[in-house]
Write a protein that binds this ligand. Structure first.
Ligand code: NAP
Ligand code: MG
Length: 490
């Protein structure tokens, strides 16, 4: 039964006439041009080609970025191999650990600059890059620095050994954080690295290259090669790579899996998702609604584990829907550098087109669309927070990853029905359960096919917790003790 307090309509001031509170851009030192980071130095690309990275909030150019090709990838892999054989393999675990700590501290020292650059290059709100991306990236380096000299304890009697050279490819939704997720455990386990950031968000990885240079990490231990998909493919197909760590779409994940089939390359693939948030009628509804809002609108829905499907128990459906709409009306969409902004810019024109295509598909499929009525800037790429009701299980908006601030809402009557509906997708990355009953949480978490399940909270991350998926969401785990294993022979 819904408690009485749940029937009171929440009052939000939808206009929220707050004075602008922009973070200053002056801390962000962005060069006009960036080269490839190979063997400890910035080197010109052999193609002599550069591409632009823009600010998706206003479509202005931020910098020119080197386009690495196969020859550059080869140079970087050779540098990584030499550094591995001649230096890093022989460096004591204690010394490796010191370098990783140093990188962590330097990220903390430059946190403000990194947060502003992350927001400028990718469009995410400054609140998020400041409070989540950058501190969590530093925490991953701190956490894995601690493991470097304790691998024998992590894997007792299994003689853990490094693999060699790791090729790492990351997406645009958490650029610095994904680089940290990849580089920190690789270094802690004694591997060397060639990392390719996403085309639209290369800047913080290049800033990290500067930090790595200043930290005096031996040349070649970390190499950063910018470019597009072809650069990533050259890395995947290079014969002297021992491990591929990829985070990105399921489509590219499949291409990579085919490319490395029959080779000795080890792989971890962190792919897409279509997570379900499930609200039972005994849940604390206001918290649940806040969790759902955070789960899908956080980072413009550019989150692999975004709670993009919502299942609400029928008896509380009306009230939950009303609360969701009220809360959506209070969200501020706009300048990502403004500290009041809840939802920043969509990462690229291309991604905005994808989202708009799905908004059309949802309506054509017969679902009802509701968007908040907020103003959005004329220039730049923006999308109002959107929900769909009257959604069928088979609808594409309920099955496919949209990767935007779009939520598909359905109802259920029983636990079994919720489990069946939630599991009815090709993905299995994450889920959320909202209920007052511990027994229900245990029942749901044991039957939901998802790598990560949050109970009465959503999108909580910690370097100590492993993260990864089932089914088309990929395989292997990153984070925690499990995150070490992908970089070791045990
Ligand atoms: P994407 O298109 O798969 O790209 C990911 C990375 O792969 C980019 O650096 C991309 O380069 C590169 N790439 C493209 N084609 C390639 C190829 N043939 N071979 C090797 N590399 C290639 O994904 P995205 O659009 O950037 O990111 C969104 C996706 O990432 C979503 O599906 C999301 O669910 C997933 N994701 C998953 C997790 C997780 O932990 N499971 C976390 C975050 C994101 P370009 O950028 O230059 O194209
Ligand atoms: Mg950009």
């Amino acid at each position: 039964m819904a408690s009485k307090k749940n029937t009171i309509k929440l009052q939000f001031n939808s206009s929220r006439n707050l004075a602008p509170a922009p973070e200053s851009k002056s801390v962000a030192k962005i060069a006009d041009k960036y080269d490839l980071f190979i063997n400890g130095k910035f080197e010109k690309p052999s193609s002599k080609k550069y591409f632009n990275t823009i600010n998706p909030a206003n479509e202005e150019k931020l910098s020119s970025i080197a386009e690495g090709n196969g020859a550059d990838v080869n140079k970087a892999v050779v540098a990584a191999r030499n550094a591995y054989e001649k230096i890093w393999k022989k460096t004591s675990a204690k010394e490796r650990s010191k370098y990783i700590y140093r990188i962590a501290r330097m990220i903390q020292e430059r946190a403000r600059e990194l947060a502003v650059i992350e927001t400028l290059d990718g469009g995410k709100s400054i609140r998020e890059s400041r409070d989540f991306d950058v501190p969590t990236a530093a925490n991953h380096f701190f956490y894995y620095a601690g493991w470097a000299d304790k691998l024998e304890y992590a894997f007792p009697n299994r003689k853990p050994q490094s693999l060699g050279v790791a090729g790492q490819i990351i997406p645009w939704n958490f650029p610095l954080l994904m680089a940290a997720w990849k580089i920190a455990p690789a270094l802690a386990t004694g591997n060397t690295v060639v990392l390719k950031p996403a085309e639209t968000t290369p800047l913080t990885a290049l800033k990290l290259a500067e930090i790595i240079q200043e930290a005096d990490l031996p040349p070649g231990v970390v190499n950063i090669i910018t470019g597009a998909g072809a650069t990533g493919a050259a890395l995947v197909n290079h014969p002297d790579i021992n491990k591929i760590a990829f985070t990105g779409s399921t489509d590219v994940g499949k291409i990579i899996q085919k490319a490395i089939a029959g080779t000795n390359k080890k792989a971890t693939l962190e792919l897409g998702g279509k997570a379900a948030n499930i609200i039972f009628d005994d849940a604390p509804l206001d918290q649940a609604v806040e969790g759902v809002i955070n789960g899908i609108f956080f980072n413009q829905g550019h989150v692999c584990c975004a709670g993009s499907r919502l299942f609400v128990q029928e008896s509380v459906y009306k009230i939950v829907l009303q609360k969701l709409k009220d809360r959506m009306e209070s969200l501020i969409v706009g300048d990502p550098l403004d500290k009041n902004t809840d939802i920043g810019a969509i990462n690229s024109k291309q991604q905005l087109d994808v989202i708009q295509k799905y908004l059309k598909i949802g309506q054509q499929e017969g679902a009802d669309m509701f968007q908040s009525s907020c103003n959005i800037p004329k220039k730049g790429f923006y999308c109002r927070p959107t929900i769909f009701t009257n959604v069928a299980q088979s609808n594409r908006i309920a099955q496919e990853e949209i990767f935007g601030p779009v939520l598909a809402i359905q109802t259920f009557r029983t636990e079994d029905e919720a489990i069946e509906k939630a599991n009815n997708t090709p993905f299995g990355l994450s889920a959320g359960v909202w209920t007052d009953k511990g027994s229900k949480i245990f029942n749901m978490t044991s039957k939901l096919r998802a790598g990560v399940i949050w109970a009465n909270t959503y999108n909580k991350f910690d370097p100590t917790s492993p993260f990864g998926g089932y089914k088309e969401s990929g395989f292997g785990r990153e984070g925690g003790l499990h995150g070490l294993e992908g970089y070791l022979k045990v």
